[in-house]
Design a binder for this molecule. Sequence first.
Ligand code: SF4
Ligand code: SF4
Length: 438
Amino acid sequence: MKLKTFTGGIHPPDNKQWSSHKAIEDCPLPAEFVVPMAQHIGAPAVASVEVGQSVSKGQEIGSAKGFVSVPVHAPTSGEVVAVESRPHPWGTSLPAVVIKPDGEDCWSTDLQPGDPGSLTVDEIVEKVRLAGVVGMGGAAFPAHVKMSPPPEKKISTLIFNGVECEPYLTADHRMMLEEPERILQGVALLQYVFGAERVVIGIEANKPDAIALLEKECAGAPVEILSLQVKYPQGAEKQLIAAVTGREVPSGGLPMDIGVAVHNISTAAAVADAVLFGRPLIERVCTVTGPAIREPKNLRIRIGTPLSHLVEVCGGLTEDPGKIVLGGPMMGFTQLDFDVPATRGTSGLLLLRDEDVDRQEEGPCIRCSRCVQACPMHLLPTTIAAYSRRDLLAEASEYCAMDCIECGCCSYVCPATIPLVQAIRYGKAAILAKKRSS
Ligand code: SF4
Ligand code: SF4
């Protein structure tokens, strides 16, 4: 049977063999945590603790500012040794709370377990907000906002994203194999919140063990496990919706406009922790991988762990890395060094050697149209990139620059190595900045 998918996309080597067989290991605590207040889409949190203060694991150390914002919590017990700007994975210095662990790793006594049977939908959503749960597939959009669609936007299909189509990353794969109960507890809670008629967990066909296990765990439950064609970016929200429902989110629209909500499977597990145990999002599974790391691993890391500590726990480097990427090679963020912490959106740390990095000089466009065929959003990447580079923002907008999901397929296939996605990303940022200032 032909597996479902979307149109466009590419087939990069998946390179998951480095870590897909490695069971999740608990990462030892580092000597110091640097917990950024900005870790999510929306307004950053504001530090609510002072230097010298003792904090418990899970205690709120940063308050949310506004609806599209979430609080931030202490990853362990210890002492606040600084509240100051520190280097951030977004490429600048941003406010952070620095904590020296006391070694006790003692939970806050304020965290209360919940009985889902006695909670209303609003109470569940509030527990998720207070726990700081964000989308863990990388986007880090506050989960409580997605869980609060306006009443006229009825959600009939709820999709859980277990695709993990980014090359190298295996954290979600290991979560599905090792912690299916946590995931399915979150799936049930989210199904209750949305009242969706159809619930689907979408998984790429290259994870047959996870598909078989979840099918077994869901036997008799109203949850479909859908095996999807292996293709990048199958896990992007709009492409996953297209594969599962055959419907398209309209240009400039949101999934809820067509009655769909999408959550990552690790987000579902974090929702379960928040609602059932009152536990905030202070840890996640992160794949540390690539040819330049000695022992690739899937680590359960605390938020705020410095990248240098992750490298050390994985046995160090085999050589000076040619590229350091937070996330996967297609949509991750390149880092200059290891002097930044992991955040709630850190699904992976990828270490490439110099020989793995394509450093070819850019050539002229030969009008081959490979970028157009690869674009999963049916855009004209070469046209939008050309307008963006010349600051012709109105023209770039007209060609739907804002619909670009920055998947990088166009750059990947371009034989002239034109940095298309970088140019379009710049154009999108400039369009947004212009909108805000007018
Ligand atoms: S234009 Fe945007 S959406 Fe289309 S392939 Fe390039 S990066 Fe992906
Ligand atoms: S893939 Fe590159 S060379 Fe081919 S049309 Fe697109 S921009 Fe031009």
